[in-house]
Design a protein around this ligand. Structure first.
Ligand SMILES: Nc1ncnc2c1ncn2[C@@H]1O[C@H](COP(=O)(O)OP(=O)(O)OP(=O)(O)O)[C@@H](O)[C@H]1O
Ligand SMILES: [Mg+2]
Length: 601
């Protein structure tokens, strides 16, 4: 079952209540009963043995919910499914633990809902109460053991491997609560996720194991996040980098390009596994992404990008409450691959739509609203999501990471609103999208004044260790030139360009080049959609060199007007003209432009 933990196969509830028989399950007299329904919030009576976050199945459809508060025999349950038609008096069944899903091979390339129920096609709406397995129970996976009987197996150890996709070799891990001597391991061969492949301390282990959807997996010791995640987007990698295991948020008003930017990262970043969680966004956007990702090739592996992607769909047409769980489910899946020693990335679009679910829940449960109707638990809930990031020494002795990126859609572009403000406290990097840039079709509309990254220093250090000691210097010069150009532009609007001193006219010119040749990036151009580190550095160096040479010329008395008349449009075209990793191609264009400039002096 995709969703387990409850009274499986009717075994948990015996007896009979008013001759009510549901799905082969007889209802016990005096068992839990619905007393009140308010949207996704259900109050149940007769819940003596319940614990917080226990799974509950409610009503004849067996809607899935979780206990969120308890008082005596009464429990409040958050339903993850549409509760229309449910009425007081309906029966309910208490599960034997939290909501879990089977984690194992078959997640990659799959599309799931917020409870990790597998969807057969994007946009599929499961009927309420449906039990769709997370993993295909029929599928056989080629297992190669890596351990021998008699070996000591500790939690998180690699028992063997399975080729999960063309790009990802799944490492079959001993579940976190297993340790002991290996009594038996299956021979190399093909197994379903239901069949045992090893035995430790009398316990049979399979290719998959159930895991509570909300629960963080124990990851081993944290190590510093110092390796950059290459997003392939210049405005991010050059100015506001994010390290593997770190966090970033993309706040931006309506239509400023949050989804396009996050989708570009999903396609072109160099993480091993991408978990893309769509929370309350338009379903067609996700369907398009799935189609594109299936057709595109990963430049690193040459395989389909789908071979490294897991999609969790809780689009705007799906029940609001499942959004709440979906981001945690996404983090759990990412942690599984982290534990295998991979760099995983979780993308949540949008955390504001996710927070709407919290607000709805709070209003139904009567929780006291704090800011703008959001409960006081908004901040801890956001923190508990972003805290799932990190780079760790895995229990198997490798290194893996979870990086988390979230879109934030502040209503009216108000950056002081609660979701944006709290998110800013928990993430290390903010990629703020600017409405004016988006209107001017400067894409991605990443603001160089409102964005920030606390990963600049470790990433600069890493570049330096890799032999590029100039990375930080180029970044510093770019940031300074952008600020200078903004300042000069403001003056030019008052007094006119002709009244500016020559060096300031150069700042205006090369500031524009920096925006057009480096920061703007077309998501639609084959050459430009992804930009490798070498080409990124070459494009920025080109603009900085042109800037230096032009300043040198005006210093020697060449009028700025003559430089302005020069056709430098090839600089802005370079990003689309040469391939994503063709630094030499950019350098050739730069040399040509520098020669043209040099001819003036
Ligand atoms: N990098 C880009 N290249 C080209 N066009 C872009 C780019 N980014 C955004 N756009 C344009 O802006 C439009 C809106 O972008 P997008 O849907 O990503 O915005 P959003 O911030 O996610 O909007 P919403 O607030 O509705 O979720 C796109 O349909 C596209 O036309
Ligand atoms: Mg969007």
């Amino acid at each position: 079952m995709g969703v387990t933990g409850a009274t499986r196969d009717g075994a948990g509830a015996g007896g009979e209540r008013s001759a009510d028989t549901v799905a082969g399950m007889t209802v016990e007299p005096g068992g839990p009963t619905v007393v009140r329904v308010s949207g996704p919030v259900i109050e149940l009576d007769g819940m003596g043995d319940a614990h917080i976050l226990d799974l509950v199945e409610v009503g004849h459809e067996h809607l899935i919910g979780e206990v969120i508060s308890l008082r005596g025999e009464r429990a409040v349950v958050q339903a993850h499914e549409y509760t229309g038609g449910l009425a007081p008096g309906a029966p309910a069944w208490l599960g034997s633990g939290p909501l879990t899903a089977e984690l194992g091979p078959g997640l990659i390339g799959g599309v799931f809902d917020g409870m990790l129920r597998r969807l057969s096609v994007m946009g599929e709406r499961l009927v309420p109460g449906a039990r769709a397995p997370t993993l295909d129970p029929e599928r056989r996976w080629r297992f190669t053991p890596r351990v021998s009987p008699g070996d000591h197996v500790s939690a998180g150890a690699v028992l063997g491997t399975v080729p999960e996709s063309e790009a990802i070799e799944a490492r079959i891990l001993a579940p976190p609560d297993v340790a002991g001597k290996l009594e038996w391991v299956a021979a190399a061969g093909d197994y379903t996720t239901a069949e045992p492949v090893a035995r430790v301390g009398g316990r049979e282990l399979r290719l998959a194991h159930p895991w509570p959807l909300r629960a963080p997996r124990p990851g081993g010791m944290r190590i510093g996040a110092s390796l950059p995640l290459s997003t392939g987007q210049r405005a991010l990698d050059l100015l506001f980098p994010v390290a593997r295991g770190s966090t970033a948020a993309v706040p931006g008003g309506f239509g400023t390009g949050k989804t396009v930017l996050l989708q570009q990262i999903a396609k072109w970043c160099d993480a091993d596994v991408i978990v893309y969680v769509s929370c309350g966004e338009r379903g067609n956007e996700l369907a398009d992404l799935l189609e594109e990702i299936s057709a595109l090739q990963d430049p690193r592996t040459g395989r389909s990008l789908l071979d490294r992607t897991v999609m969790i769909a809780n689009t705007s047409n799906m029940p609001l409450m499942a959004r709440e769980l979906s981001v945690y489910a996404g983090a759990t899946v990412a942690e599984l691959y982290r534990d295998m020693g991979y760099d995983a990335l979780v993308i949540a679009d949008s955390t504001s739509r996710w927070a709407e679910a919290l607000r709805e829940l709070a209003s139904r449960t009567g929780e006291l609203p704090a800011e703008e109707g959001f409960p006081a638990s908004l901040a801890p809930a956001l923190a508990s999501f972003y805290e799932r990031s990190g780079r760790v020494q895995t229990l198997a002795g490798g290194v893996g990471s979870v990086t988390i990126l979230g879109a934030v859609s502040p209503p009216g572009g108000d950056m002081a609103e609660p979701v944006t403000a709290h998110t800013g406290r928990f993430v290390r990097t903010m990629w703020s999208l600017d409405r004016d840039l988006a209107y001017a079709r400067h894409y991605p509309a990443v603001s160089w004044t409102a964005s920030s990254s606390r990963d600049v220093a470790p990433v600069a250090q890493w570049h330096s260790e890799q032999g590029d000691a100039e990375w930080a210097k180029r970044r510093g010069r770019a940031v300074a030139l952008l600020a200078d150009a903004d300042r000069v532009q403001a003056v030019a609007e008052l007094v006119g360009v002709a009244s500016l001193p020559d060096p300031e006219r150069i700042v205006l010119l090369t500031g524009r080049l920096l925006r057009e040749a480096v920061l703007q990036q077309s998501a639609l151009s084959e050459n430009d959609a992804r930009c490798g580190p070498g080409k990124q550095a070459a494009l920025l160096a080109m603009v900085l060199d042109l800037h230096d040479r032009a300043l040198e010329l005006v210093g020697r008395g060449v009028p700025a007007a003559r430089i302005e008349e020069l056709d430098l449009s090839d600089a802005a075209r370079a990003r689309e003209r040469v391939g994503p990793d063709d630094a030499a191609g950019v350098e050739a264009i730069a040399d040509e432009l520098l020669a043209r400039l040099g001819a003036l002096g």
